[in-house]
Every structure is written in C-alpha cells, then in structure tokens.
Design a protein around this ligand. Structure first.
Ligand SMILES: [Fe+2]
Length: 333
C-alpha cells in the first residue's frame, strides 16, 4: 500500500461475496478510486486469495456458501500472517445480531446494504491509513529483530539462543500467570535483549577467554545501549525494562542499576532465569555445555546466594524437568 503525494490512500482490497452483482458493484466503485481489487466467490476462496496476494483490506459478505463471513473473519484474525489486515463485514440493514457476532469474530468495521458509496470509501480509506501505520511499525520491528539476529549470528556458540529464549520465557511467563501483554513483551525481549551488543567490539564479544575488568565494563553497557536502541518503538514499552534489567540480581549485585528483589521487573526476572540456563547448557569458548541436571544444580546454588528469584526458578525447573530438556539437541543433554 502507498500514500500518494496528494494523500490519496491506495491499496489492494479483497472483496468476498457470492453474488456477482455485489462483486461487480464493489469492483467498479473501488477501482474507479485507484484501488487494486481482487475477488472471491466464497469464504474458502477468500482464504486462498489471502495466501496468494498481499491484501491490505478485506470486504466480507456475511452470508456465503461453505464458510460464512464470520468464520472467514475469525480465521483471518487468528492467523499471525493476516490478523493485522482490517476486515469490513457487509451486513443487512439493522442487523444488530450480526453486528454483535461480527464484533466477536474480530471485525474492524461494518457496512450495511444497500452500500452507500461515500460511506464505503470513507471507511475503506480510514482503515487503510491505519493499516499503513501498522505496516511501518512492523517494518521497524522487523529491522530490530534482524539486527538482533545478526549480532547473535556473529557468535557460533550462541546459535539459536534468541529463539530459545523467546519461546521459553513466554512459556515460563504463561506458567506464572503473567498477563498477555507481558507474555508478548517476553517473546520480543527474547529476541532483542542483547541488541546492545552491537556496540561491543568483536574482540571482546568473541574473546575465547575470560574478560578483563575493563572489557567487562564495556560488555556490561549492552543492556543500557539495547534499551536506548529500542526506546523509539512505542510497541516496545514493556520490552524496555526487560532489556535494561536482564542482568540485575536479587541481592543488588547485578547491573546496570543494582536493583534488589521486587524492584527488578518480574519480566526481567523471568528472562534472566532462562538466559542463565541457556548459557550454562551451551558450549562456550571457555567451557563445555552443562547437562540439564548440572545446570539446574548450579542455578539452585545461585538462588541460595540470592541471585535469582526462587519462585520463578522453581517454576522453570519444573518446566525443564517435565520437557526433559530444551529442544536444542546435543547441547542440553
Ligand atoms: Fe545480556
């Protein structure tokens, strides 16, 4: 989708309707305004079109053979690849029940028949503008994620670390009953938590030996730098404290702020338990990977020292024992 210089919004619109006359009406109205239009004669075809064409908005008839508009809408909103595409349901006049069901199915807006041209174009343009902004945000996130992955890619020893962290932190957060927005933040933080290492020279980052105190001082800056890199993204509001505080310790001996106990955000305490476990069970230039039981034993000692949250650690140990090991093959034997 593009925003033209005269601020006219364009985009590709999928029209799904089993009535030929309705499809033709939408097609004429929308193409006359410069939109690209693809059509589908039923719900199944609509879903197929979405997998083939990069669609910016969907206009869905409610009553269609095979799959109703509600079912198609629910499917669009449940799929990670399509849930950000706005959906307008086209319903009969004064169809209150249908509207309620449409809201439940996740519809973004409604149009009533007979469709009014001005109203159609106003709704389409407003949702496309919103979609355009979401696309920009998505692109910014994608850039951050690929930057984080390219930093991880520099170090062969940490291969797959970000994905494991993302997956297991979210799972641990779910077990602890954290709210949905914090789970999403944990998933993102798993990928980007070490993005600040972009500022750490390779000679330090990849040094096959213990770091000197000066080198440690540089390494330790990565959490603050990471927070700064991600701070312009509003959608990362809950991710920032995780990035900044993922190296704090419960007894206040961590960095960057020496926070103690509950002052360390719970999401940061979750991520750090998974982070430490993953580091212990992975080969490093200066040590071999620990077995699952040795890693848990080591961390239990560290819990006693006052480093990690005991409740969160216990919950994590339970997950690890129940799944036997993190699914990474040889490293977590
Ligand atoms: Fe880190």
């Amino acid at each position: 989708m593009l925003l033209h210089s005269n601020h006219t919004v364009t985009g590709t619109i999928l029209v799904a309707d089993d009535q030929l006359s309705n499809r033709e009406l939408f097609y004429e109205l929308l193409t006359a305004e410069g939109f690209e239009v693809v059509t589908a004669t039923d719900g199944v075809e609509a879903i197929n079109q979405l997998s083939r064409v990069a669609v910016d908005l969907v206009l869905l008839d409610v009553v269609m053979p095979q799959m109703t508009g509600f079912e198609v809408c629910e499917k669009i909103k449940a799929d990670a690849d399509t849930y950000l595409i706005p959906v307008i349901l086209v319903t009969g006049l004064s169809d209150k029940e249908n509207r309620i069901e449409g809201i439940r199915a996740g519809a973004d807006d409604f149009l009533t028949r007979p469709v009014n041209r001005t109203e159609l174009l106003a709704r389409v343009r407003s949702l496309l503008k919103l979609k355009h902004r979401t696309d920009e945000l998505e692109r910014a996130e994608a850039v951050l994620f690929s930057l984080a992955r390219s930093i991880e890619g520099k170090d062969p020893y940490t291969h797959g670390h970000c994905e494991r962290l993302s997956q297991y932190s979210a799972r641990l957060g779910e077990q602890l009953g954290l709210p949905e927005d914090q789970i999403i933040a944990l998933r993102r933080a798993g990928v980007v938590h070490d993005v600040g290492k972009i500022a750490v020279p390779d000679a330090i980052l990849l040094k096959p030996a213990r770091l000197t105190p000066d080198e440690w001082a540089i390494m330790r800056e990565h959490s603050v730098i990471g927070e700064r890199i991600c701070s312009p993204l509003k959608s990362f509001r809950l991710v920032l404290p995780i990035i900044r505080h993922h190296h704090e310790k419960l007894d206040g001996s961590g960095y960057p702020d020496g926070l103690r106990g509950d002052a360390i955000p719970v999401t940061a305490r979750v991520l750090q338990v998974v982070d430490v476990y993953d580091a212990l069970t992975t080969d490093r230039p200066y040590k071999k990977a620990f077995s699952t039981s040795d890693a848990l034993k080591t961390m239990k000692e560290e819990v006693k020292k006052g480093w990690w949250d005991p409740q969160i650690f216990d919950q994590f140990a339970r997950i690890i024992k129940s799944t036997d090991s993190l699914s990474r093959g040889a490293a977590a034997k």
